[in-house]
Unconditional design. Structure first.
Length: 594
């Protein structure tokens, strides 16, 4: 048979199957089918499309019947079910020509809505231009595909319109769970869902894409407020319509395996999701407020974890000093700073440097944020008595070479950590202090004797995270005299610095990403002697200055002079009660000290 004759025969058989399938499902009567087939002979129109136009059946019925006939899945496209960014993978013109809409991507598998999902040339073409190993076709009606190609052309999606539409339309998503280190929720597959499920999915996917560290879901008199913490600052994301907060909170608690009936007590949960083609851990916390439950979701994305020490932002001299402390066979190395300053990431980078098949490395954390190869990680569980101190004592009987303590919170933990450091183990730990020198006095305040501490401690790193200048809108500016004075640069009036002017790439903040500011105190014989005699902090700082030690403020100013951050940002994050002690002399800028 000639090639031109094959297509009509195939279509004719398909029409018969569709009519019969509609009849068998009860969507059509025999009279309606006979009448439609007669009309179809005259018009030449596709049977299913004609029945939808005449309101004999609806679009959902048609797509599901067609999908059953073809033996594949069918879908009615809805807002939030499609990742608009994926249109760029194919190109708008090519997508329109092939009548396809890429929906979502999980690892190397791209799910695509197609008007002709059985077209092998189209599937081959999609594999070629997207680079995806597998194309998963699903059936969608041609009119539905054209509608969404038009809506998502250019990648412009109106979030407010989407949220409004959630009240009126259904959405289709799927959840998948597997027993593998907790539940896994795949946000990007398709079964019948609800508008609330889809709203939460969009919020999570957007947070992952924007590299947010936390999502705040807060009740208000006007409804719900959803904010993201990006680069340390909270930003508004969306405000769902009134009346949805309780349902949103319940959905998040269901994902986190929390008790949705308990709304009077704080709860904690966790879940692993698949988003942007990778697995991401979420920590969920809820607390009751006057207007309803507030939830905070911590987003732990391994893609944002930089474990290579060279990637953290240490100056060369500071990095070498830190490495020398870590290379000693035993002793205590502390990382200090406020909550959210990146202490755990710094410790993970230290473990990355130390880990090898020849070493037994054990950590005790609360919680275990990221999993590392060749490292035995233990989770604290206070509810059953698994505290830092108890876990640490047990670790000492496990023949460890390196021990990491997530946080020294009390005298018991501090004493066990110091004893471990004195008995041949390298102990890494975090502590909450303003600066490196303050770590010594904090441990003494906890009851650790100065003679023990002076023998155990190798070094202390104090750190802050400063926002880095957005490369898309960086511009030259001249700081005010007051800013230069506060930075210890009053003699450098007239020198230009850089800052971000604000652009869509950085949400008009002028900053994109964050980098570390590190103050490294390496304990040499002189400092060790001062610790042994319980010398005050200012004496230790004077001794450290003789060895080229730079304070947090001085390190931050150097960062600004290298155009990696603005002076104002550096002054903001290095402000503390010991500012006078840390500020460099006005006559000697940090560059000279360096």
């Amino acid at each position: 048979m000639p090639a031109d004759d094959k297509n009509p025969v195939r279509i004719s058989r398909r029409k018969t199957r569709i009519g019969q399938a509609l009849l068998e499902s009860g969507a059509l009567t025999e009279q309606q089918l006979s009448k439609a087939l007669e009309q179809q002979k005259v018009s030449g129109q596709r049977l299913g499309e004609m029945l939808v136009e005449q309101n004999v059946i609806n679009a959902n019925t048609l797509v599901n019947t067609l999908a059953n006939c073809m033996g594949i899945k069918g879908v009615t496209l809805r807002h939030g079910l499609i990742d608009p960014e994926l249109i760029k993978l194919i190109g708008e013109e090519e997508a329109d020509r092939m009548l396809v809409v890429p929906m979502f991507k999980v690892r190397d598998t791209l799910t695509v809505a197609m008007a002709e999902p059985s077209s092998l040339p189209t599937l081959d073409r999609l594999r070629s231009i997207t680079g995806c190993k597998q194309i998963r076709p699903v059936l969608a009606l041609e009119a539905n595909i054209r509608e969404f190609l038009k809506k998502y052309s250019g990648g412009n999606v109106d979030i407010d319109a989407f949220l409004t539409s959630l009240v009126e339309t259904d959405v289709e998503v799927v959840e998948r769970e597997q027993v593998d280190e907790g539940p896994v929720t795949d946000l990007e597959q398709m079964v019948d869902g609800s508008p609330i499920i889809n709203l939460v999915n969009v919020a999570l996917l957007t947070a992952v894409r924007d590299k947010a560290s936390d999502i705040h879901v807060e009740p208000s008199r006007a409804g719900t407020r959803i904010r993201y913490r990006i680069d340390g600052n909270l930003r508004d994301l969306m405000k769902p319509p009134p009346g949805m907060h309780a349902a949103i909170a319940s959905r998040i608690k269901v994902i986190g395996k929390m008790d949705i009936a308990e709304k009077r007590l704080p709860q904690e949960g966790r879940v692993r999701i698949v988003a942007e083609g990778r697995e991401i851990d979420l920590r969920v916390s809820s607390i009751p407020t006057l207007l309803g439950e507030k939830l905070v979701i911590r987003v732990l994305d391994k893609a944002n974890l930089h474990v290579r020490m060279e990637d953290l932002g240490f100056r060369t001299e500071a990095l070498e000093a830190f490495k020398r402390s870590l290379k000693r066979p035993h002793g205590l190395v502390l990382v200090t700073g406020p909550t959210g300053s990146g202490k755990t990431t710094t410790l993970y980078s230290a473990l990355d440097l130390l880990r090898s098949p020849e070493r037994n490395i054990v950590t005790v954390e609360d919680p275990v944020e990221y999993q590392l190869e060749l490292v035995n990680q233990i989770q604290v569980n206070s509810s059953i008595g698994m505290t830092f101190a108890r876990a640490l004592r047990s670790i000492l009987r496990q023949d460890p070479d390196v021990i990491m303590v997530g946080e020294i919170r009390d005298e018991e933990t501090a004493r066990v950590a110091v004893q471990a450091a004195l008995t041949g183990h390298l102990v890494l730990a975090t502590l909450h202090t303003n600066d490196a020198v303050g770590a010594v006095s904090r441990l003494m305040d906890m009851g650790i004797e100065s003679y023990l501490l002076s023998s155990a401690i190798n070094g202390v790193v104090a750190q802050r995270l400063a926002r880095t200048i957005c490369p898309h809108c960086a511009s030259k500016y001249y700081p005010t005299e007051q800013v230069l004075h506060d930075a210890g640069l009053k003699d450098m009036a007239g020198r230009s610095f850089r800052r971000g002017a604000g652009c869509p790439q950085c949400h008009n903040s002028g900053f994109k990403g964050r980098g570390g500011i590190y103050e490294v105190m390496e304990v040499d014989s002189g400092v060790r002697r001062l610790i042994h005699h319980g010398a005050p902090g200012h004496e230790m700082r004077e001794q450290l200055k003789k060895t080229g030690f730079l304070s947090l403020r001085e390190e931050g100013v150097l960062l600004a002079m290298e155009h990696r951050s603005s002076l104002e940002e550096v002054l903001r994050v290095t402000h503390n009660e010991d500012l006078e002690a840390q500020a460099p002399p006005a006559s000697q800028p940090p560059a000279a000290a360096a």
